[in-house]
Design a protein around this ligand. Sequence first.
Ligand SMILES: Cc1cc2nc3c(=O)[nH]c(=O)nc-3n(C[C@H](O)[C@H](O)[C@H](O)COP(=O)(O)OP(=O)(O)OC[C@H]3O[C@@H](n4cnc5c(N)ncnc54)[C@H](O)[C@@H]3O)c2cc1C
Length: 388
Amino acid sequence: MTAGVVIVGGGVIGTSLAFQLAARGVRDILLLERATLAAGGTGYSVGIIRQLYPTREARQMVKRSLGVFQRFADAVGGDAGFVACGALIGVAPAMRTALEAVVAEQRGVGIRAEILEPSEAGRVEPRIDPAGLGAVLWEPESGYGDPTAVATCYAHAARRLGVRIEQGLAVTSIATAGDRVTGVVTARGDRIEAPIVVNAAGLWARALARTAGVDLPIVVGRHPVFVVERDPSFGRPHVVYLDLAGGAYVRPETGNLTLTGSLTDDEARHPVDPERLGAGVPLDEAEPALERTSRAVPALAQARYRRGWVGAFDITPDWMPILDESPLEGLWIAAGMSGHGFKLAPAVGEHLAALLTGAAPPVDPAPFRLARFVSRAAAGTFLASYLR
Ligand SMILES: Cc1cc2nc3c(=O)[nH]c(=O)nc-3n(C[C@H](O)[C@H](O)[C@H](O)COP(=O)(O)OP(=O)(O)OC[C@H]3O[C@@H](n4cnc5c(N)ncnc54)[C@H](O)[C@@H]3O)c2cc1C
């Protein structure tokens, strides 16, 4: 069997790329997914779309992606579940100056954002507690979407353009000859010859790259998610709120549910086996996280705990994706999404499709090159995300 391009991984990144490549006229694309579409990190994602990023290129990417989410039915087809409820991001007084600088940069790339005094934040969302905050960022166009729906819509759109998608078929190794890729070997034991293979295997990307002798500086870090049911007295759904000072986030879901989790842990310091994805989380782990949630949004103290699951991020040392050809010719990497992959997926697909077809990518590719981690020190230093 042969293919022009094999994409490994049917998450939001692999499917977005399949669509973007096909839309550029690339033919003979085969996407292989070991389980089902969105079975990886995509299916366990919280799906927040916020636009606060420390680098210009990441801001440009999220702005481009937001544009796609805003007109998803026309741009891709189907419903992304995008809810533009707006996002508030509270920071400690010591972070205010850094926040002001980032907001000026956000505006420079066309992002709508303003800094509110903590006492003013109640005009947007009266249920957050502003105590201890030094400033609150308001992004009125941000919100959240449905990652599984987005991956599925991309897959449908890709199929309409002729992409073949095989689910339930794992790639066991990447086939090479000398210093170039020649295809993949599947769990069926057959070999698919292809001059281009894209590793979009998410949490499994490092292991997959290793089969071709390529080492990716990616750590799989644990990020549990907790679901609570809001008391009917809570009223209308809240906005997305990230309390960077107190270390909690909340995003509403249908059925009076709220997804919440911790922003205090550095996930890179909590490695986890990706096979644990989706496992249950003990209540004693949920309790401290839910306490922080209640401090951020006191009315959620009345909410009932429903469930928790083990989530995980594929984290690079600078918390930015690797979007590049590997040292092995023909092996491309679209991994290391570092917990941002949902909101960046439209732009990531667009970016890599441009690179693969020899076109100029819309955003400077340099910050996403694998070579940025060339020194051992750079490959081993994991920074915290957000403002840094
Ligand atoms: C708990 C949690 C919360 C998150 N919250 C947010 C958020 O609020 N906002 C945001 O923007 N992002 C968020 N993210 C991150 C975002 O969801 C991910 O970065 C994104 O979904 C990753 O997509 P992906 O396609 O790279 O990887 P995945 O979704 O993991 O897809 C990779 C696919 O590859 C398949 N695969 C792996 N190995 C093989 C193989 N050898 N052969 C064939 N197939 C293979 C897997 O089965 C999987 O389906 C969150 C993630 C998690 C887990």
